[in-house]
Each structure stands twice: as structure tokens, then as C-alpha cells.
Design a protein. Structure first.
Length: 508
């Protein structure tokens, strides 16, 4: 409880003070980060001393706000703190107005979501996070940013309305809002009211979490936003919906459903990323693709699978934010990679792109290798394993296409903006692999470094490189489709996804 209150209180105070005394906005934000770091440290200390903890905030019995401290909590709150310091130094007080107030409020809500183990508290914090995200997306008041923010607002409002209806059904049948109490209630079986309620809640969380068919708002919102906002949305904010899915999945066995959604999300996101031409758009679609791994991890239904999903969530937040900041520092986010010879990219941005790329392709010994390999070992269905192989090949294809344009074809500029931040962040991403050693331990890590896994993850990029050489010209002739991401089609896609959930659960 102390960890939650210290972290959230620090960010809220920093946001208010940066609004009242804008001259010192950077320093107040830095103090907010220090408070959040202290709160996360308290959480680590509590976990190491007592193991996973579930408590209640408030003295209202079963109506109290249930919070949890476990490995998922610590990984996500740690991700918030790390992205906070690097994006803050990247900004260096450059934004004016209420930006830093919104920035700190976004961090406060995401930090709070990490500890949430209560259905209604998840709703409140995710809704507030969405409101702040929308304001940050359209902060520069450019027409396309306002459109992207408005689309997110409409889809998000509809999705969380479905979540709230589902919450009412679950509460009526279960008599509690705390996930631990509800899990005990449904342990002997679920009635129609709880099953339908949880399906509605999953639909709302899927919209927030970047799940394909539900999150067609995501590519525009992430690619049109300011660089720092894109990094925070992709690296941190959409993880709130995935945290919600992890928590809600404790109450019901959704293994097959989540495996199906994970495979669909991963493959579809990779295809859209492959045919896109603008770097930020490629990275936005890539975010959807990488969400597929996390859903597959949750869908394994094992504690080790959920831990692998949480670890992947942490690693993805780091290397994806690095890729967005590298592209943003180069100022090429909205350019066409097919005309890369006309672009100039700073050397430091190329360094960030290299580190982010080898990480996202799971090349050993970079961070994603360990979370992805752990996922592979937990998947016990052959079709899901082949789906992960397809996602990995797609990742190699669009990453190598982006790298060929921005690293090899683009000219090298020896002086760039935010050189120090990008290089240090790249170093932090490289060193983040050590966290896997700390969490999993040496015996498990040695097993993950087996010759079979090493060979597989080294061969995939090689195969992707040859495939890219064969089809690069044809890819340049394909125009990325816009129709799936229009507002009206996004709404149709959302309801189609809801019907898919109902159909899969009915069949199973």
C-alpha cells in the first residue's frame, strides 16, 4: 500500500506543481520520478520480504479497493519509472502549457494500474489514463492529431461502456469487486451472467490493450502523436489493457480464446507493419504484433507463462520506446522509407535503431530472446508454436526493411538531437537482459540458452533477410490499406471482435 501511495502521490503532486509553477516544470517532474522510484523500491522490498501480497485499501470490507504486489506489478511499475526518466530527459523542459501536468498524470494512472486488483479500480484508472492520453495525442492541435484523438475517444468510450456493463453483471452475480474474492466465488463454476459480464469486460480491455480487431484506433494515434507521446503510448499506456487482461484471466480459464486472439493479433499486426512505409506507422503496427506474444503467454494458463508475458511486456516497453525515440530524434517518423536515400539520420539514432532492432527480433543475448524463449517452452499446442514462428518471421521482415532504409540507405549525420539520451537508453536496453537472470535464476537461463533455441532465433532473421531481398520490390508497390482503420470500420471491427469472443467461448 505504501508503494502505491508514494508513487501515485508523487506523480500527482508533480503534475499539479508543474502546472502552478511552470518555470520549474522539469524539476518538479524529476521529483515526481524520484518519488515513483521510491515507491517501486518499497514494492520490491515488500515482495522480497513476504512474497506476493494482496491487500485492501480502505475499511469497507469487500468493497475496499483491492491491490496486489507481485512480479507483474513490479515489472510494470519498473517500466513506468524507467520510461519516465528517459522521456523526461529527452524532453528537457521543451514543452510548454499543461503538457507536464498531463505527462505526470499519465504516469500516475499507469503506475496505479500496476497495483490494481479490483475491477472497478481498473475501470477508473484506465478511463482516466485514456482521457489524459487523448489530450496528449492532440496536444499540438494539428488536424490529423485531433482526428486520431477523437477516434480514440469514441472507440474507447464505447469499449469502456461495455466494460462497465460487464462489471455490473459480474458484481450482481458475485457480490464483490475484488478479483481475489471473485476468483473464489467462480471457482465452482460460472453462471451465464458472470460469463457474459467477463466477455464484455474482456472486449473493453482488448480495445485498450492493442488486440487486433479491437484496437484499429492505435496506428493513427501512435504514429501521429509527438515522439515522446508515441513512446509512452506504445511502451507503457497500452499495457494497461494487457495488465487488466492478466488480472481478469485469474477468474476464468480463457486459455484457448487468448491463444487464438494472440495468434491473430501477432500475425495481422506484422502484415500491416510489413506493407507500411512510414517509420512511425511501422512501429505502431509492430506494437499490435508484439501484443500477440503477451496474449499467447497469458493464454498458456501457467504461472510461468504469465511471468513470461509480463517479462515480455516489460522488455517490449523498453525497446519499442527506444525505437520511437530514435526515429523521433532523427526527425524521419513521417517520411517514406522507399525514399530513404534523401534522408539524413544521426549516428546516435542509428545506434538506437540497431539495439532496438536486434531486441525486437529476439537475437540472443538481447532481452526479448529470453521472454520469447520462455513463452515457447510454455506453449503446449503445436499450432500456437507455428503461429509464434510466423510472428517472428514477420517481425524480422518489417524490422529489416526499416533498418535497411534508415541505417544503410539514409545518409549519416554526425550530429543530432538528444544524442546522449538515445545512447544511454540504448545501453539500458542492452543491460535489461540481466533482469531476466535476476528473475529466472541461472539454471533457468542456461536452459533458455540451449543450442536449439539459439539456432532457431539466429536462423529466423537470416530467412527474413533472404525473403526481403526477393520481395522488397513487390512490397514497395503495395499501398498500405486505410479502410480498416477508419472510424466507422473500427466500430464494426470492435463488435466483430466481441462476437468472435462469444463464438470461441461457445464452441469451447
Amino acid at each position: 500500500m505504501t508503494a502505491l501511495l508514494v508513487g501515485v502521490g508523487s506523480y500527482v503532486s508533480a503534475g499539479i506543481l508543474s502546472l502552478l509553477f511552470s518555470r520549474y516544470r522539469f524539476w518538479f517532474s524529476l521529483l515526481g520520478w524520484a518519488g515513483a522510484l521510491t515507491g517501486a523500491s518499497f514494492g520490491v522490498s515488500s515482495f522480497l520480504g513476504s512474497g506476493p501480497l494482496v491487500g485492501t485499501l480502505g475499511r469497507w470490507g469487500i468493497l475496499g479497493i483491492e491491490i496486489v504486489i507481485d512480479q507483474t506489478t513490479l515489472l510494470f511499475s519498473g517500466l513506468v519509472v524507467i520510461l519516465n526518466i528517459f522521456t523526461l530527459v529527452y524532453l528537457r523542459g521543451s514543452k510548454k502549457g499543461v503538457f507536464y501536468c498531463l505527462y505526470n498524470f499519465l504516469l500516475a494512472t499507469t503506475f496505479s494500474i500496476a497495483f490494481s486488483h479490483d475491477l472497478f479500480n481498473l475501470y477508473v484508472t484506465i478511463e482516466f489514463m485514456s482521457l489524459v492520453s487523448i489530450l496528449l495525442i492532440g496536444y499540438e492541435r494539428k488536424a490529423y492529431q485531433i482526428y486520431a484523438g477523437a477516434k480514440y475517444l469514441i472507440i474507447s468510450s464505447l469499449a469502456m461502456s461495455l466494460y462497465l456493463i460487464g462489471l455490473g453483471l459480474v458484481y450482481r452475480a458475485g457480490g464483490s469487486l475484488g478479483i481475489s474474492e471473485l476468483a473464489r466465488t467462480v471457482e465452482g463454476g460460472t453462471d451465464l451472467s458472470i460469463s457474459l459480464g467477463l466477455c464484455l469486460m474482456l472486449t473493453g480491455l482488448a480495445v485498450k490493450g492493442g488486440v487486433f480487431l479491437f484496437s484499429m484506433w492505435l496506428p493513427d494515434a501512435h504514429s501521429y502523436s509527438d515522439t515522446v507521446v508515441s513512446a509512452l503510448l506504445s511502451g507503457m499506456a497500452i499495457k494497461s489493457g494487457l495488465i487488466g487482461i492478466i488480472r481478469v484471466s485469474e477468474m476464468l480459464d480463457w486459455s484457448q480464446l487468448l491463444l487464438v486472439l494472440g495468434a491473430l493479433t501477432g500475425i495481422a499486426g506484422a502484415i500491416f507493419a510489413l506493407v507500411s512505409r512510414k517509420p512511425k506507422k511501422i512501429l505502431a503496427h509492430s506494437t499490435i504484433s508484439q501484443v500477440g506474444y503477451i496474449l499467447i503467454g497469458i493464454g498458456t494458463g501457467t504461472p510461468a507463462g504469465v511471468l513470461a508475458a509480463s517479462l515480455h511486456l516489460f522488455f517490449h516497453g523498453l525497446f519499442k520506446a527506444l525505437l520511437f525515440l530514435s526515429v523521433g530524434a532523427a526527425g524521419v517518423g513521417a517520411d517514406d522509407i522507399d525514399r530513404a536515400r534523401n534522408l539524413s539520420v544521426p549516428l546516435t539514432s542509428k545506434v538506437g535503431l540497431v539495439v532496438g532492432s536486434v531486441s525486437i527480433m529476439a537475437i540472443p543475448p538481447f532481452n526479448k530472446y529470453f521472454s520469447k524463449t520462455m513463452l515457447v517452452e510454455q506453449v503446449n499446442q503445436e499450432w500456437a508454436w507455428f503461429a509464434m514462428l510466423a510472428i517472428g518471421l514477420g517481425t524480422a521482415l518489417y524490422t529489416l526493411r526499416l533498418d535497411w532504409a534508415l541505417i544503410f540507405e539514409a545518409r549519416t549525420d554526425w550530429a543530432g538531437k538528444n544524442d546522449f539520451v538515445v545512447v544511454v537508453f540504448a545501453l539500458a536496453v542492452v543491460l535489461s537482459s540481466l533482469l531476466a537472470w535476476v528473475i529466472l535464476g541461472s539454471p533457468e537461463m542456461v536452459q533458455l540458452l540451449s543450442l536449439h533455441h539459439l539456432a532457431t532465433y539466429l536462423v529466423i532473421p537470416v530467412v527474413g533477410g533472404f525473403a526481403l531481398l526477393l520481395f522488397k520490390k513487390k512490397l514497395s508497390e503495395i499501398s498500405p490499406p486505410d479502410f480498416p482503420f477508419s472510424l466507422e470500420n473500427s466500430l464494426v471491427s470492435l463488435f466483430t471482435g466481441f462476437l468472435l469472443i462469444e463464438l470461441v467461448l461457445f464452441v469451447l
